[in-house]
Design a protein around this ligand. Structure first.
Ligand code: URA
Ligand code: SF4
Length: 295
């Protein structure tokens, strides 16, 4: 590893320890960050080549308004599993080669033509507006939360309240800017009183998230809190048991990639329970993500 990169990693770790409140090294010794233009360009390892499906699929640059044809229902093993298995991903393989503009266009199209006027579940009744998600359409790192809260519902943007401020710090501490990553939620409308989304709501809305993932194809997804992790990973195991370990999200397969998932605590939980132990756990989860992304 070259010296510049070592310095950057060290700097990031100290900064993050500090931001997460678990720092033991004074900030004053931090080496200055190199200017963006001085940074080595090849920090990211090349993405894995994925096998091309033997039968080429039709181009999918336009998202149709037609709901995708349902796949035949598999024997239901769990409600969560049936969510992903019933959603057909439109040509996830082709999406890998799209430009950032093309990906952004697909996302915008889904947002304006479908999500912003969606009435597929009862959460539409009390919303001020939908919260689609935002960030880089080619992000290598995606965060998935549970659903909009009050501030998000008012502003139409994800994670803009207090939890969002902490998420911003987490992103910054990892060496990213908010606009480098993509941030979305499992449901796009605010559940009343910020309750956990119900399974019927997740089933109605989950297809949008899955399509966002299929378009962006991030390398790593960090799920925030129990419900997001349980949905993405098709498990009912609690967050305290599944956080901190790598999992895979395989719903885009076989056409698309398998995506690495790191579940961690929700920043709102961290704010409520701001213990040294919890902050240390979240930071260690984020460190694993930094390593995985080769930052
Ligand atoms: N909590 C979430 O899960 N998502 C948001 O967008 C805001 C708070
Ligand atoms: Fe539609 Fe999702 Fe909002 Fe339900 S939560 S109305 S499925 S956008």
């Amino acid at each position: 590893m070259d010296e510049l990169r070592q310095q950057r990693i060290l700097r990031q770790h100290i900064l993050t320890d500090h931001l997460m409140g678990v720092g033991t090294v004074p900030m004053s010794i931090l080496p200055q960050a190199p200017a963006a233009s001085e940074r080595p360009q090849q920090a990211m390892p090349p993405r894995q080549q994925r096998p091309t499906p033997s039968t080429p699929r039709p181009s999918n640059f336009q998202l149709s308004n037609q709901p995708p044809a349902p796949k035949p229902s598999p024997p239901a093993t769990s409600v969560i599993e049936s969510l992903w298995s019933r959603i057909t991903i439109p040509n996830a393989a082709g999406n890998e080669s799209l430009t950032v503009e093309e990906k952004q266009q697909l996302l915008d199209q889904m947002n304006t033509m479908e999500v912003s006027t969606c009435r597929q579940c009862d959460l539409c009744k009390a919303r001020t507006q939908t919260v689609f998600g935002e960030g880089s359409a080619t992000a290598e790192l995606m965060f998935v939360g549970e659903g909009p809260g009050q501030n998000e519902d008012l502003q139409g943007r994800p994670f803009v309240g207090r939890a969002g401020e902490l998420l911003d710090k987490m992103i910054q501490a990892m060496g990213f800017k908010r606009e480098d990553v993509y941030i979305a939620n499992v449901v796009k409308c605010r559940p009343p009183n910020n309750r956990t989304p119900q399974m019927a709501e997740v089933q109605a809305c989950g297809g949008y998230l899955l399509r966002q993932i299929a378009i962006i194809q991030p390398k790593v997804i960090v799920t925030l809190g129990g419900p997001a992790a349980q949905l993405m990973l098709n498990t009912q195991t609690g967050i305290t048991r599944i956080r901190g370990q790598w999992h895979t999200f395989d719903a885009l397969k076989p056409e698309g990639p398998s995506i690495d998932v790191m579940p961690t605590f929700h920043p709102a939980y961290l704010l409520r329970s701001y213990t040294h132990d919890n902050r240390k756990k979240v930071w260690s989860d984020l460190q694993a993500v930094i390593e995985r992304l080769g930052k």
